[in-house]
Design a protein. Structure first.
Length: 503
């Protein structure tokens, strides 16, 4: 931490541990035998200034023991004390030890709830929409089920109400509402919407409850199943298998067997593996953990009051063998059971996936230049985006950069460098422009202690628009998408940067 934090990052402020991490050097990591020894390590080998634990004086005792045994570390302890006092002075804590009381009455106000609702609307992701079953008509025949359909706590996850989250008590969320409540509001408590749930988030259900649910499903054109995880946080939430509980998948599959068109809504804080569930349902909406306003946002998306525009901020794996294969993995990483090519991974959904109720058409991407000879130069990337569908919508235009060959380290498959979310009316076209500079085509020298300096190599780079675009950069005879374009960095220096490369 001295080399990375203080030297490379140039941080001269206070450093605090995570909760009880110094004690954990002895209790969990086993690199120290006692708390005193753990404190000694944190002060002499690292740059820790404060221990995050208010009910334990082991850090103070350990610091005192260190100075008694090794008084030469007094200057080191004083340096930490200066950083702590400096931060308190900057925050005004000596004049007002508990600031912010006046802001309490702002908590949960109209601005807060409006912002939370807008965030939920913008972030929820439509992952699948076979036969355009969504959006639903307000008078559509719908059966609503699932353990998360009427539980605000399951929309929120951990660190809500309490550490591990709190489900099953909607009264504790006075500002929130459930998917069920909002569907009833949108449809006007229409008799065409029925509700029953016999499913637990663990995947457990009784034969009788399943039979009842199937009876409801068989009478409805659509079934909305709101499923996903229970709340959790940190270590207690760790699992050894990302698979969604088998009972949840079986419950949904049984409902689908009745002939109803199943629409799945997921509330989850991590990508739970779905096995064959996507093959058995028509639509999938990932609500992530949209929390209190998530119920309203999901219902609005289901019924077309809001056009979905969220994009997956993660890679959603398809199987347990490839859960670590993120979109920007090194080109040398190969997916298990990859038969087509060693470079591409078959995910459930790729990073950046997100559907809309309208269509967007892209022009060919253009670059302001194709050769960069000055390290301080830049390139303007332009693309026209048109709403070619039948409803207004928002589109996130994403720019990725690919460096096929790099000698400094193994290049990644691609890297998101720029994005812009635009709103388009039907038939409207907007030109989106991004400016690329050395900050975008450089990488950090991968050695701690060398100052974290950006380095670029003279080479070819490919610009690609949209996450699903494949530029096939290792195939010289490929017929490439119009959303791919290349430029060459040719500065005459190899490489250029602000550090001497030791070769």
């Amino acid at each position: 931490m001295n080399a990375l934090l203080r030297n490379d990052l140039g941080w001269d402020g206070m450093m605090v541990t995570d909760y009880a991490e110094i004690d954990q050097l002895a209790d969990f990591h086993r690199v120290a035998r006692t708390y005193d020894e753990a404190t000694r390590i944190s002060l002499t080998r690292a740059s820790v200034d404060m221990s995050m634990i208010a009910t334990d004086d082991s850090f103070m005792n350990g610091t005192k023991a260190l100075l008694e045994q090794s008084p030469q570390y007094l200057a080191r302890v004083k340096a930490s004390a200066r950083r702590v006092v400096k931060l308190k002075l900057q925050l005004g804590l000596y004049e007002n030890p508990v600031p912010g009381e006046a802001n309490l009455e702002l908590l949960g106000g109209e601005n807060d709830t409006a912002t939370a609702l807008e965030l939920a609307r913008e972030s929820i992701v439509l992952l699948q929409n076979n036969d355009s079953v969504l959006p639903l008509a307000t008078d559509a025949s719908v059966f609503l089920t699932g353990h998360a359909a009427d539980d605000i706590g399951l929309q929120c996850g951990g660190w809500t109400i309490e550490w591990q989250g709190y489900a099953g008590h909607n009264e504790l969320y006075p500002l929130g509402s459930t998917v069920k409540e909002n569907i009833e509001s949108i449809t006007g408590n229409c008799s065409s919407v029925s509700y029953f749930n016999g499913l637990n988030y663990t995947g457990e259900y009784s034969d009788a409850d399943l039979a009842t649910a199937k009876e409801y499903a068989s009478k409805a054109e659509y079934t909305v199943a709101v499923i996903g995880e229970g709340p959790y946080a940190e270590k207690p939430g760790d699992i050894d298998d990302l698979a969604l509980p088998a009972g949840q998948i079986e419950y949904v599959s049984q409902l689908a067997s009745t002939g109803t068109k199943v629409i799945v809504v997921l509330f989850e804080g991590r990508p739970r593996l779905l096995r064959d569930l996507p093959d058995n349902v028509y639509a999938i909406v990932d609500g992530l953990l949209a929390c209190e306003m998530g119920g309203q946002a999901v219902a609005e998306i289901l019924y077309g009051k809001v056009n979905p525009s969220g994009r997956l901020p993660i890679t959603y794996p398809k199987d347990p063998a490839n859960i670590e294969m993120v979109y920007n993995h090194p080109v040398t990483s190969m997916c298990e059971n990859s038969t087509e090519t060693p470079f591409y991974c078959k995910n459930q959904w790729d990073f950046g996936t997100g559907l809309s109720y309208t269509d967007f058409t892209y022009s060919a991407v253009t670059l302001s230049k194709n050769v960069i000879q000055d390290p301080n130069d830049s390139i303007v990337v332009s693309v026209d985006v048109t709403n070619s569908g039948s409803t207004a919508g928002k589109e996130t235009v994403m720019l990725f950069l690919i460096q096929p060959y790099r000698s400094l380290n193994v290049p990644e498959m691609k890297q998101l460098k720029k994005f812009s979310k635009i709103s388009l009316e039907v038939g409207e076209t907007q030109t989106v422009q991004f400016t690329l500079t050395a900050d975008d085509w450089s990488v950090y020298y991968p050695q701690i202690g060398h100052g974290l300096k950006p380095i670029a190599e003279d080479s070819e780079f490919w610009v690609t628009i949209k996450p699903e675009t494949d530029c096939d950069v290792y195939n010289e005879t490929a017929i490439r998408s119009s959303l791919c374009s290349n430029f060459t960095l040719s500065t005459g220096e190899y490489p250029f940067g602000t550090i001497d490369i030791p070769w």
